[in-house]
Design a binder for this molecule. Structure first.
Ligand SMILES: *Cc1c(COP(=O)(O)O)cnc(C)c1O
Length: 476
């Protein structure tokens, strides 16, 4: 406790100015205008209370009670408190579709459409032809069908919701046959067996982890079977002695027994990626053509749109899915539909897709161009972090991310930071990683092989200029 006497303490407390007087001062006028009287009052009371508490301990300085000082202190508190928690960062992780950093970045067409949907009423569920109530899926299902070759389509909150809804609507209290090699966990809490039980369906596993044959499916079909399901392995690959049965092989078997085939494609691309030198990924259209009755996929993975789950396929099955009560609970909002439509429209001009669809533009960005960016950023970064570190522009490999093609990598370029003395710099690198992460616009890289690596694939021109500007304002 303090060695302040009661009399001294009373004298100190008498120095605390009245809240009313402070808030009415010229110094506080700008704060009241910016944050409103209620917030300023509460922050000011809080500041004065902590001053009193410090005074009780005998550590308070009277100068902290100056109105100018109080203004600085209260202003800083309010500014911090009102900063958005969702902040822009620089994604230099090398993973283009980074789930923790918000996955796909949207093209300007989608941004404009979202702004409109946010600020003007729209025909979300209003049929302009009849003046009657409409269905929000009508805004977008024809376009999805055109791009996938499916008969019908619907959209929900994300692909996890799409799978949950599909299984709930078509396989509740029944059996779904899945290969053991496809019982995957896809980050977070998405595990096929868990979703299956949540949907009230019984999982019938067939085959083994590495090999499943058509006869395994055939033998498992019984009176309780509702669906045969295939799941994209997304984030893992098994190599060596493997055998999986394709949709094209399963579909005739299922159809001959009066059953449907559902395919969870995960990323679900709409175009053949090999035309741009990217790894091959089966498209939604090919999956439908191979005989899938239903296909589910994400909106914000390779598709390059907003978070959404698309379900496409046979008209009768989609109708059943749309009638299920969960559809209402998992439906998308108008912002999602507003953003999704212009993204899908870009696919009508595939020859311009690498220029207009942000995700594809980033995925196809040539390493030579990224190298030039690395060479431009290098001096600013070296200068900002000082000579305890050495920054080199070096080749590296980016990943697509979000479970698409996990084993494939894209030739890229970036900045590699090592400790200048060449010693193993674990602690020093961690400290630097934190400094970069705490910048006004956080810089997110990754530590691997005793170096902090910043892949510049996702740093396009405007961001590059902003990063260099931010680094120039920083000095080690
Ligand atoms: C990513 C993924 C999901 C989950 O999709 P979300 O849109 O993140 O809900 C489901 N299944 C597969 C195969 C996936 O790759």
């Amino acid at each position: 406790m303090s060695d302040v006497t009661g009399a001294e303490l009373r004298a100190l407390m008498a120095r605390v100015p009245s809240v009313e007087k402070v808030i009415a001062s010229a110094e506080f006028a700008a704060l009241v205008t910016e944050f409103g009287r209620t917030q300023v009052l509460s922050a000011l009371r809080h500041a004065l209370d902590s001053w009193r508490a410090t005074a009780q301990l005998g550590n308070a300085s009277v100068s902290a009670l100056d109105i100018a000082q109080l203004q600085v202190c209260v202003g800083a508190t309010l500014r911090t408190r009102n900063e958005s928690r969702l902040r822009s960062v620089f994604n230099l992780t090398g993973t283009v579709l980074h789930t923790n950093l918000g996955r796909a970045l949207l093209p300007d067409e989608a941004v404009q459409a979202v702004v409109k949907a946010l600020t003007q009423p729209a025909n979300l569920e209003f049929d302009l032809a009849t003046g009657k109530r409409g269905d929000r899926d009508d805004l977008i299902d024809a376009l999805i069908c055109e791009l996938t070759g499916a008969e019908a389509a619907t959209v929900v909150n994300n692909n996890a919701a799409a799978v949950l809804l599909t299984l709930s609507a078509l396989a509740s209290k029944k059996e779904v046959i899945v290969s053991r090699g496809e019982l995957v966990e896809i980050g977070g809490a998405f595990r096929i067996p868990d979703i299956m039980s949540r949907a009230g369906a019984r999982l019938r596993e067939v085959g083994t982890t590495n090999r499943t044959h058509l006869k395994d499916y055939d033998e498992a079909i019984g009176p309780g079977t509702a669906l045969l399901m295939k799941v994209h392995a997304s984030n893992y690959a098994i190599n060596g002695f493997t055998k999986a049965v394709s949709v094209g092989e399963i579909a005739p078997l299922a159809h001959a027994r009066g059953l449907a085939v559902a395919v969870d494609l995960g990323s679900g691309t709409l175009v053949d990626l090999t035309q741009w030198g990217l790894p091959r990924e089966t498209t939604v259209r090919e999956t439908i053509e191979a005989g899938a009755d239903l296909v589910t996929f994400s909106g914000d993975k390779l598709l390059g749109g907003p978070q959404a789950g698309l379900i496409v396929g046979r008209r009768d099955l989609i109708a059943k899915i749309k009638k299920h009560p969960l559809k209402r609970a998992l439906r998308v909002g108008k912002l999602t539909l507003a953003a999704l439509e212009p993204v899908l429209q870009l696919y009508r001009a595939p020859e311009r897709l690498t220029e207009r669809l942000t995700t594809l533009r980033l995925l196809t960005r040539p390493a030579g161009e990224i190298r030039l960016a690395a060479e431009r950023v290098q001096p600013a970064l070296q200068c900002a972090i000082g000579d305890r570190y050495a920054v080199m522009a070096e080749p590296m490999f980016s990943q697509i991310g979000s479970g698409a093609l996990p084993v494939d990598v894209l030739a890229s370029y970036g900045l590699v930071i090592r400790t200048a003395d060449g010693k193993r710099g674990g602690r020093q690198l961690l400290a630097l990683e934190k400094v970069l992460r705490e910048m006004a616009r956080p810089v997110i890289g990754r530590i691997a092989d005793d170096a902090l690596r910043l892949d510049l694939r996702c740093l396009e021109a405007a961001d590059e200029a902003q990063l260099i500007e931010q680094l120039k304002g920083t000095h080690a």
